[in-house]
Design a protein around this ligand. Structure first.
Ligand code: 2P0
Length: 326
């Protein structure tokens, strides 16, 4: 029986606690550093892929819109899977996010994880998650981590490649992530261009790379040991070092808004008062507060009270990408 040529998948975005910023190989999209993340359950990308005989080129619609740059990245991932399957058909790809796209909420991570999961199923390949992660990574480095639920780890290897896999299941340490939205507008400089500019111009880029491996190993240790306070220190330091590199890039990558800083100060005040919470910020103005479950209502209230915060999303840790009906 021929393999079905249509499938749908769902994937959730992930937030890095030890960050990835910079590449060692642009063409292969290989990261200069590893990273450690949590996959979130409160937001999702849903993607349907249909390989059609006779269709020469892929047709890609993201939230109903076509975009040439996104389409090229999608086709690069699909080409790898088509080659594996011995199929030449173009694909119709329809993807939608239930959260703002391109605004520092990791829509490319969930997007490419859902894409490769749906395409793998449509082509009947049945590749293991670890292999799908290597394909998703071509589309977006952070997408490799969204193949996995809970805590995921991407590590550079001595042979020049990377390994990506699960570090800890979501139920093993069910932390919460409270996200303060300060703007739903797409960012002006995307991560890919921003990383290239940082490598070329920031005087702190080498220091960032040098100090990263120790952060990653400490992050792994603290997740395995469920040591919240120690993880908080490493995660905030990694985040602020990444933003120091961004700020010292030319032209500067200033992703923060006044409300972003106000959220950090609100979270620092909460922590001084004894609430277990720490912050992280990606390539955008949103603040993600990681906390223990008992702290969620206090963290929510503190962030919602910050002027300029338009919405607060409370998330648990989610599953890796999976096939869905449709
Ligand atoms: C991360 N970010 O570790 C970091 C923190 C944003 C800030 O990975 O060029 O969309 O497609 O590999 O994965 C966002 O960058 O970049 C990202 P590409 P990606 O989550």
């Amino acid at each position: 029986m021929p393999a079905p040529l249509t499938a749908t998948a769902i994937a959730h975005p992930n937030i890095a606690l030890v960050k990835y910023w910079g590449k060692r190989d642009d063409a292969a999209n290989l990261p200069a550093t590893g990273s450690l993340s949590v996959t979130l359950d409160a937001m999702r990308t849903r993607t349907r892929v249909c390989f059609e005989p006779g269709l020469g080129a892929d047709r890609v619609r993201l939230d109903g819109q076509e975009d040439a740059a996104t389409s090229r990245r999608v086709s690069a991932c699909l080409d790898l899977l088509r080659r594996r399957a011995g199929v030449a058909h173009g694909a119709v790809v329809e993807s939608d996010n239930d959260f703002p796209t391109g605004a520092g909420l990791a829509s490319s991570a969930s997007g490419f994880a859902a894409l490769v999961t749906a395409a793998d199923a449509a082509l009947g390949l049945g590749l293991p998650r670890e292999e799908l992660a290597q394909v998703a990574r071509i589309g977006s480095g952070s997408a490799a981590r969204s193949l996995f639920g809970g805590f995921a780890l991407l590590r550079n290897q001595a042979d020049g490649g990377v390994t990506v896999g699960p570090l800890l299941a979501p139920e093993a340490w069910p932390l919460r992530v409270v996200i303060a939205i300060t703007s739903a507008l797409p960012k002006e400089v995307g991560s890919r261009d921003g990383m290239a500019a940082s490598r070329a111009t920031s005087p702190y880029y080498e220091a960032w790379l040098h100090s990263h491996a120790a952060d990653l190993e400490a992050g792994v240790r603290h997740v395995q040991g469920r040591d919240f306070a120690a993880l908080a220190t490493v995660a905030e330091h990694s985040c602020l070092k990444m933003h120091a590199v961004m700020l010292t890039t030319q032209p500067p990558l200033l992703y923060w808004l006044p409300a972003t800083l106000a959220c950090l100060q609100a979270l620092q005040a909460l922590r001084r008062a004894g609430t277990p919470v720490f912050f992280t910020i990606d390539a955008g103005p949103q603040v993600k507060a990681v906390c223990e479950p008992a702290a969620v209502s206090a963290v929510r209230a503190a962030l919602a009270a910050v002027p300029g915060v338009t919405r607060v999303i409370d998330s648990g840790l989610g599953p890796g990408a999976y096939r869905a009906n449709g």
